[in-house]
Ligand binder design. Sequence first.
Ligand SMILES: [Zn+2]
Ligand SMILES: [Zn+2]
Length: 155
Amino acid sequence: MSTTAHTSALRGAGLRVTAPRLATLAAVEANPHADAETIARSVRESLGTVSRQAVYDVLNALSDADLLRRVSVGGRSMQYELHRHDNHHHLVCRECGRLEDIPCAVGEAPCLTPHDAHGFDIEIADVVYRGVCSECRAAASAASSPAAPASTPAP
Ligand SMILES: [Zn+2]
Ligand SMILES: [Zn+2]
């Protein structure tokens, strides 16, 4: 997405187009699933003059306007991504926290229909798949395999 696209996204959401907002959208696009700290650092690198708190305020405003999506998988700080309204879910590694996008299982929200909706009009199901990523599994099996003998005397 270009600056033009970000500009029209802001306008479409009824938000004023400002340099910090454009820089925040660009930073999130460049670092999907980054936390606020990482995004603030990246925005401050590109703009210099904006305070960390100002970036946090922008993140909240853009999230409230549905331009950004807050991703929470528990136990870690909130992460952000551009809101693509594609109802995708997330896969998280319980060892290293690696986070991957998983397309909606059925292609449209709410993806999962509860047996009892308790009278709610269900809009989305936000699914977190949890497991151990390939790198952590490789590291675990390397650590658990018996160490080779340091030296084997010649017969
Ligand atoms: Zn991992
Ligand atoms: Zn995502």
